[in-house]
Design a protein around this ligand. Structure first.
Ligand code: UT7
Length: 328
Protein backbone atom coordinates (compact mmCIF):
# COMPACT_ATOMS: atom_id res chain seq x y z
CA UNK A 1 0.00 0.00 0.00
CA UNK A 2 1.32 3.44 -0.90
CA UNK A 3 1.06 6.43 1.41
CA UNK A 4 1.70 10.11 0.88
CA UNK A 5 4.46 12.10 2.55
CA UNK A 6 4.35 15.72 3.67
CA UNK A 7 6.68 18.26 5.26
CA UNK A 8 5.36 19.03 8.74
CA UNK A 9 7.92 21.72 9.59
CA UNK A 10 11.44 23.01 9.01
CA UNK A 11 14.27 24.35 11.19
CA UNK A 12 17.77 25.76 10.83
CA UNK A 13 20.79 26.59 12.92
CA UNK A 14 23.73 28.80 12.07
CA UNK A 15 26.59 29.10 14.55
CA UNK A 16 27.05 32.51 16.09
CA UNK A 17 30.50 33.41 14.78
CA UNK A 18 30.51 35.25 11.45
CA UNK A 19 33.63 35.32 9.28
CA UNK A 20 33.64 38.13 6.72
CA UNK A 21 35.62 38.43 3.49
CA UNK A 22 37.61 41.15 5.24
CA UNK A 23 38.53 38.68 8.00
CA UNK A 24 39.72 36.27 5.29
CA UNK A 25 41.93 38.99 3.78
CA UNK A 26 43.96 38.65 6.99
CA UNK A 27 44.26 34.86 6.69
CA UNK A 28 45.05 34.27 2.97
CA UNK A 29 46.05 36.32 -0.08
CA UNK A 30 42.55 37.32 -1.16
CA UNK A 31 40.26 40.32 -1.37
CA UNK A 32 36.63 40.99 -0.54
CA UNK A 33 36.24 42.15 -4.14
CA UNK A 34 37.56 38.85 -5.61
CA UNK A 35 35.35 36.71 -3.38
CA UNK A 36 32.23 38.79 -4.00
CA UNK A 37 32.61 39.04 -7.77
CA UNK A 38 33.64 35.39 -8.32
CA UNK A 39 31.26 33.76 -5.84
CA UNK A 40 28.72 36.23 -4.43
CA UNK A 41 29.79 35.30 -0.90
CA UNK A 42 30.17 38.07 1.70
CA UNK A 43 30.05 36.23 5.03
CA UNK A 44 29.89 32.67 6.35
CA UNK A 45 29.21 31.24 9.82
CA UNK A 46 31.85 29.21 11.65
CA UNK A 47 31.14 26.69 14.41
CA UNK A 48 32.54 27.21 17.91
CA UNK A 49 35.41 25.04 19.11
CA UNK A 50 33.12 22.97 21.30
CA UNK A 51 30.50 22.45 18.57
CA UNK A 52 30.33 19.36 16.34
CA UNK A 53 28.20 18.64 13.29
CA UNK A 54 25.64 16.72 15.38
CA UNK A 55 25.25 19.72 17.74
CA UNK A 56 24.26 21.93 14.83
CA UNK A 57 22.02 19.22 13.38
CA UNK A 58 20.41 18.79 16.79
CA UNK A 59 19.58 22.49 17.08
CA UNK A 60 18.03 22.58 13.61
CA UNK A 61 16.10 19.38 14.38
CA UNK A 62 14.75 20.68 17.70
CA UNK A 63 13.49 23.83 16.00
CA UNK A 64 11.76 21.80 13.28
CA UNK A 65 10.24 19.39 15.85
CA UNK A 66 8.97 22.25 17.99
CA UNK A 67 7.32 23.84 14.97
CA UNK A 68 5.83 20.47 13.96
CA UNK A 69 4.72 19.76 17.53
CA UNK A 70 6.33 16.34 17.30
CA UNK A 71 7.86 14.63 20.35
CA UNK A 72 11.27 12.93 20.11
CA UNK A 73 9.80 9.48 20.73
CA UNK A 74 7.42 9.93 17.77
CA UNK A 75 10.35 10.10 15.33
CA UNK A 76 11.05 6.68 13.83
CA UNK A 77 13.77 7.61 11.32
CA UNK A 78 16.68 10.06 11.50
CA UNK A 79 18.81 10.71 8.44
CA UNK A 80 21.76 13.08 8.50
CA UNK A 81 23.30 14.16 5.21
CA UNK A 82 26.87 15.32 5.81
CA UNK A 83 30.41 15.17 4.49
CA UNK A 84 31.77 16.37 7.82
CA UNK A 85 30.58 13.70 10.28
CA UNK A 86 31.29 13.83 14.02
CA UNK A 87 33.33 10.62 13.66
CA UNK A 88 34.10 8.04 10.95
CA UNK A 89 31.65 5.91 12.88
CA UNK A 90 29.17 5.72 14.58
CA UNK A 91 27.11 7.70 12.10
CA UNK A 92 26.18 11.29 12.94
CA UNK A 93 22.43 10.52 13.04
CA UNK A 94 23.05 8.34 16.12
CA UNK A 95 24.61 11.31 17.92
CA UNK A 96 21.60 13.45 17.03
CA UNK A 97 19.30 10.67 18.26
CA UNK A 98 21.03 10.65 21.63
CA UNK A 99 20.96 14.44 21.94
CA UNK A 100 17.25 14.77 21.17
CA UNK A 101 16.15 11.56 22.91
CA UNK A 102 14.51 10.00 19.84
CA UNK A 103 14.66 6.54 21.38
CA UNK A 104 12.45 4.88 18.76
CA UNK A 105 14.36 6.06 15.71
CA UNK A 106 16.43 4.11 13.25
CA UNK A 107 19.44 6.25 12.32
CA UNK A 108 21.89 6.47 9.46
CA UNK A 109 23.82 9.06 7.51
CA UNK A 110 23.99 9.88 3.84
CA UNK A 111 27.29 10.43 2.12
CA UNK A 112 26.50 12.34 -1.08
CA UNK A 113 28.37 15.58 -0.32
CA UNK A 114 26.48 18.76 -1.31
CA UNK A 115 23.70 16.70 -2.93
CA UNK A 116 23.11 14.83 0.34
CA UNK A 117 19.87 16.56 1.31
CA UNK A 118 18.30 15.82 -2.09
CA UNK A 119 19.43 12.18 -1.89
CA UNK A 120 18.13 12.08 1.69
CA UNK A 121 14.75 13.47 0.72
CA UNK A 122 14.38 10.78 -1.91
CA UNK A 123 15.31 8.06 0.62
CA UNK A 124 13.17 9.33 3.52
CA UNK A 125 10.14 10.12 1.35
CA UNK A 126 10.28 6.72 -0.37
CA UNK A 127 10.56 4.90 2.96
CA UNK A 128 7.55 6.79 4.31
CA UNK A 129 5.55 6.22 1.13
CA UNK A 130 6.07 2.47 1.32
CA UNK A 131 4.87 2.46 4.94
CA UNK A 132 8.21 1.56 6.55
CA UNK A 133 8.31 4.71 8.71
CA UNK A 134 5.78 7.30 9.84
CA UNK A 135 7.78 10.32 10.98
CA UNK A 136 11.27 11.11 9.77
CA UNK A 137 13.76 13.76 10.68
CA UNK A 138 15.92 14.65 7.69
CA UNK A 139 18.89 16.85 8.51
CA UNK A 140 21.63 18.43 6.41
CA UNK A 141 24.46 19.45 8.75
CA UNK A 142 28.01 20.50 7.98
CA UNK A 143 31.06 21.75 9.77
CA UNK A 144 33.11 22.48 6.68
CA UNK A 145 35.45 24.74 8.65
CA UNK A 146 36.93 21.48 9.96
CA UNK A 147 37.51 20.11 6.46
CA UNK A 148 38.91 23.10 4.54
CA UNK A 149 42.57 23.93 4.21
CA UNK A 150 42.83 27.41 5.74
CA UNK A 151 46.05 28.01 3.75
CA UNK A 152 44.34 27.42 0.39
CA UNK A 153 42.72 30.63 -0.85
CA UNK A 154 41.05 28.82 -3.76
CA UNK A 155 38.78 26.85 -1.41
CA UNK A 156 38.77 28.28 2.13
CA UNK A 157 36.83 31.38 1.10
CA UNK A 158 33.93 29.32 -0.25
CA UNK A 159 32.58 27.28 2.63
CA UNK A 160 30.64 27.75 5.87
CA UNK A 161 29.03 25.81 8.72
CA UNK A 162 25.36 25.28 9.56
CA UNK A 163 22.43 22.90 9.60
CA UNK A 164 18.87 22.63 8.33
CA UNK A 165 16.18 20.07 9.11
CA UNK A 166 12.74 18.95 8.03
CA UNK A 167 10.20 16.75 9.77
CA UNK A 168 8.49 14.49 7.26
CA UNK A 169 5.33 12.56 8.04
CA UNK A 170 3.13 9.96 6.47
CA UNK A 171 -0.20 11.30 5.18
CA UNK A 172 -3.03 10.19 2.90
CA UNK A 173 -1.93 9.83 -0.74
CA UNK A 174 -4.19 12.77 -1.68
CA UNK A 175 -2.02 15.12 0.44
CA UNK A 176 1.30 13.84 -0.89
CA UNK A 177 3.90 16.62 -1.41
CA UNK A 178 6.68 14.55 -2.99
CA UNK A 179 5.96 15.05 -6.67
CA UNK A 180 9.20 14.09 -8.40
CA UNK A 181 12.87 13.42 -7.83
CA UNK A 182 15.99 12.59 -9.75
CA UNK A 183 19.47 11.72 -8.53
CA UNK A 184 22.63 10.81 -10.40
CA UNK A 185 26.35 10.27 -9.95
CA UNK A 186 29.54 9.96 -11.97
CA UNK A 187 32.41 8.15 -10.27
CA UNK A 188 34.78 9.14 -13.09
CA UNK A 189 35.16 12.45 -11.28
CA UNK A 190 35.97 11.24 -7.78
CA UNK A 191 39.22 13.24 -7.79
CA UNK A 192 38.07 16.74 -8.78
CA UNK A 193 36.34 17.47 -5.47
CA UNK A 194 37.57 15.34 -2.61
CA UNK A 195 39.64 14.81 0.51
CA UNK A 196 42.74 12.94 -0.66
CA UNK A 197 43.84 11.11 2.49
CA UNK A 198 42.45 9.70 5.69
CA UNK A 199 40.34 6.84 4.38
CA UNK A 200 41.24 3.21 3.71
CA UNK A 201 42.52 3.95 0.18
CA UNK A 202 45.10 6.45 1.38
CA UNK A 203 45.60 6.35 5.15
CA UNK A 204 46.94 9.41 6.91
CA UNK A 205 50.60 9.70 7.85
CA UNK A 206 52.28 12.54 9.70
CA UNK A 207 53.70 13.76 6.39
CA UNK A 208 50.28 13.73 4.68
CA UNK A 209 48.80 15.56 7.63
CA UNK A 210 51.53 18.21 7.37
CA UNK A 211 50.72 18.54 3.63
CA UNK A 212 47.05 19.09 4.57
CA UNK A 213 45.98 16.02 2.58
CA UNK A 214 43.21 15.55 5.15
CA UNK A 215 41.53 18.69 3.75
CA UNK A 216 39.16 19.39 0.88
CA UNK A 217 40.68 19.89 -2.58
CA UNK A 218 38.80 21.05 -5.65
CA UNK A 219 39.39 21.75 -9.36
CA UNK A 220 37.02 24.70 -9.27
CA UNK A 221 36.69 25.41 -12.99
CA UNK A 222 36.01 21.80 -13.92
CA UNK A 223 33.50 21.40 -11.09
CA UNK A 224 31.76 24.62 -12.13
CA UNK A 225 30.99 23.42 -15.68
CA UNK A 226 29.74 19.99 -14.66
CA UNK A 227 27.71 21.53 -11.83
CA UNK A 228 25.73 23.76 -14.18
CA UNK A 229 25.13 21.02 -16.77
CA UNK A 230 24.06 18.36 -14.31
CA UNK A 231 21.82 20.65 -12.23
CA UNK A 232 20.02 21.82 -15.37
CA UNK A 233 19.55 18.32 -16.77
CA UNK A 234 18.42 16.90 -13.42
CA UNK A 235 15.88 19.71 -12.94
CA UNK A 236 14.51 19.00 -16.42
CA UNK A 237 14.16 15.29 -15.63
CA UNK A 238 12.16 16.06 -12.47
CA UNK A 239 9.98 18.59 -14.31
CA UNK A 240 9.20 16.01 -16.97
CA UNK A 241 8.48 13.35 -14.35
CA UNK A 242 6.07 15.76 -12.63
CA UNK A 243 4.52 16.78 -15.94
CA UNK A 244 5.29 20.43 -15.14
CA UNK A 245 7.10 23.24 -16.96
CA UNK A 246 9.53 25.67 -15.36
CA UNK A 247 6.71 28.27 -15.34
CA UNK A 248 4.79 26.04 -12.91
CA UNK A 249 7.61 26.33 -10.35
CA UNK A 250 7.00 28.96 -7.64
CA UNK A 251 10.41 28.66 -5.95
CA UNK A 252 13.66 27.12 -7.04
CA UNK A 253 16.05 26.43 -4.16
CA UNK A 254 19.40 25.66 -5.72
CA UNK A 255 22.37 24.39 -3.74
CA UNK A 256 24.17 27.57 -2.67
CA UNK A 257 27.72 27.05 -3.93
CA UNK A 258 28.35 30.12 -6.04
CA UNK A 259 26.10 32.96 -7.24
CA UNK A 260 27.44 32.50 -10.79
CA UNK A 261 26.47 28.80 -10.79
CA UNK A 262 22.99 29.68 -9.48
CA UNK A 263 22.57 32.39 -12.13
CA UNK A 264 23.74 30.09 -14.94
CA UNK A 265 21.36 27.32 -13.83
CA UNK A 266 18.46 29.79 -13.50
CA UNK A 267 19.15 31.26 -16.97
CA UNK A 268 19.42 27.88 -18.66
CA UNK A 269 16.20 26.68 -17.05
CA UNK A 270 14.53 29.97 -18.03
CA UNK A 271 13.18 30.71 -14.55
CA UNK A 272 12.21 34.20 -13.45
CA UNK A 273 15.02 35.55 -11.21
CA UNK A 274 12.54 36.49 -8.46
CA UNK A 275 11.66 32.80 -8.03
CA UNK A 276 15.24 31.79 -7.35
CA UNK A 277 16.07 31.79 -3.63
CA UNK A 278 19.57 32.99 -2.80
CA UNK A 279 21.38 33.24 0.53
CA UNK A 280 24.91 32.26 -0.52
CA UNK A 281 26.07 35.83 0.23
CA UNK A 282 25.35 35.26 3.94
CA UNK A 283 26.35 31.65 4.51
CA UNK A 284 28.74 30.61 1.70
CA UNK A 285 28.55 26.98 0.64
CA UNK A 286 27.21 24.87 3.52
CA UNK A 287 27.10 21.72 1.38
CA UNK A 288 24.27 19.34 2.44
CA UNK A 289 22.88 22.01 4.78
CA UNK A 290 22.37 24.68 2.14
CA UNK A 291 18.97 23.61 0.77
CA UNK A 292 17.25 22.92 4.14
CA UNK A 293 18.60 26.21 5.55
CA UNK A 294 17.20 28.08 2.54
CA UNK A 295 13.89 26.21 2.75
CA UNK A 296 13.52 27.12 6.42
CA UNK A 297 14.20 30.78 5.66
CA UNK A 298 11.49 30.80 3.00
CA UNK A 299 9.00 28.95 5.20
CA UNK A 300 9.56 31.17 8.26
CA UNK A 301 9.33 34.30 6.12
CA UNK A 302 5.89 33.04 5.00
CA UNK A 303 6.95 33.12 1.38
CA UNK A 304 5.63 29.68 0.47
CA UNK A 305 1.90 29.25 -0.09
CA UNK A 306 -0.09 26.06 0.09
CA UNK A 307 -0.03 24.39 -3.34
CA UNK A 308 3.22 26.08 -4.44
CA UNK A 309 5.66 23.97 -6.42
CA UNK A 310 9.21 24.02 -5.07
CA UNK A 311 12.22 22.72 -6.94
CA UNK A 312 15.42 21.74 -5.09
CA UNK A 313 18.46 21.21 -7.26
CA UNK A 314 21.90 20.27 -6.01
CA UNK A 315 25.35 19.22 -7.02
CA UNK A 316 28.41 17.96 -5.16
CA UNK A 317 31.43 15.74 -4.75
CA UNK A 318 31.22 12.21 -6.09
CA UNK A 319 30.28 13.66 -8.42
CA UNK A 320 26.64 13.60 -7.40
CA UNK A 321 23.61 15.65 -8.37
CA UNK A 322 19.87 15.63 -7.95
CA UNK A 323 16.58 17.48 -7.89
CA UNK A 324 13.29 17.25 -6.04
CA UNK A 325 9.89 18.78 -6.76
CA UNK A 326 7.50 19.33 -3.86
CA UNK A 327 3.89 20.50 -3.91
CA UNK A 328 3.56 22.43 -0.64
O1 UT7 B 1 29.26 22.60 -3.73
C1 UT7 B 1 29.85 22.16 -4.92
C2 UT7 B 1 31.31 22.37 -4.88
N1 UT7 B 1 31.87 23.58 -5.28
C3 UT7 B 1 31.54 24.37 -6.30
O2 UT7 B 1 30.53 24.25 -6.89
C4 UT7 B 1 32.53 25.41 -6.74
C5 UT7 B 1 32.68 25.43 -8.25
N2 UT7 B 1 33.68 26.38 -8.71
C6 UT7 B 1 33.65 27.70 -8.47
O3 UT7 B 1 32.74 28.18 -7.84
C7 UT7 B 1 34.71 28.57 -9.09
O4 UT7 B 1 35.44 27.83 -10.03
C8 UT7 B 1 35.67 29.20 -8.05
C9 UT7 B 1 34.93 30.25 -7.25
C10 UT7 B 1 36.20 28.11 -7.14
C11 UT7 B 1 36.83 29.89 -8.75
O5 UT7 B 1 36.36 30.87 -9.67
P1 UT7 B 1 36.99 30.94 -11.12
O6 UT7 B 1 36.35 32.08 -11.79
O7 UT7 B 1 36.82 29.58 -11.75
O8 UT7 B 1 38.50 31.30 -10.82
P2 UT7 B 1 39.82 30.50 -11.18
O9 UT7 B 1 39.90 29.24 -10.39
O10 UT7 B 1 39.94 30.41 -12.67
O11 UT7 B 1 40.92 31.51 -10.66
C12 UT7 B 1 41.12 32.76 -11.30
C13 UT7 B 1 42.28 33.45 -10.62
C14 UT7 B 1 43.52 32.57 -10.48
O12 UT7 B 1 44.65 33.37 -10.67
P3 UT7 B 1 45.42 33.38 -12.10
O13 UT7 B 1 45.87 31.97 -12.29
O14 UT7 B 1 44.40 33.83 -13.08
O15 UT7 B 1 46.54 34.35 -11.86
C15 UT7 B 1 43.46 32.13 -9.05
O16 UT7 B 1 44.75 31.83 -8.52
O17 UT7 B 1 41.91 33.82 -9.29
C16 UT7 B 1 42.89 33.34 -8.36
N3 UT7 B 1 42.23 33.04 -7.11
C17 UT7 B 1 42.05 33.94 -6.14
N4 UT7 B 1 42.40 35.24 -6.05
C18 UT7 B 1 42.05 35.89 -4.94
C19 UT7 B 1 41.68 31.86 -6.72
N5 UT7 B 1 41.16 32.00 -5.49
C20 UT7 B 1 41.36 33.27 -5.12
C21 UT7 B 1 41.03 34.01 -3.97
N6 UT7 B 1 41.38 35.31 -3.93
N7 UT7 B 1 40.37 33.49 -2.94
Amino acid sequence: MAYGVKVLATGRYLPERVLTNFDLEKIVDTTDEWIRTRTGIETRHIAAEDEATSDMGTQAALRAMEEANVKPEEIDLILVATLSPDKIFPNTACFVQKKIGAVNASCFSIEAACSGFVFGFQIAASMIQTGLYKRALLIGAEMLSSVVNWDDRTTCVLFGDGAGAVVLAQCPESENCFVASDTGSNGEYTDILHVQSGGTADPLTVEKLQNKQNCLEMSGKEVFKIAVNSMVSSAKISLEQANLTIDDIDWIIPHQANLRIIAAVGDRLGINKDKCYINVHRYGNTSAASIPIALDELVRADKIKRGDHILFVAFGGGLTWGSTILKW
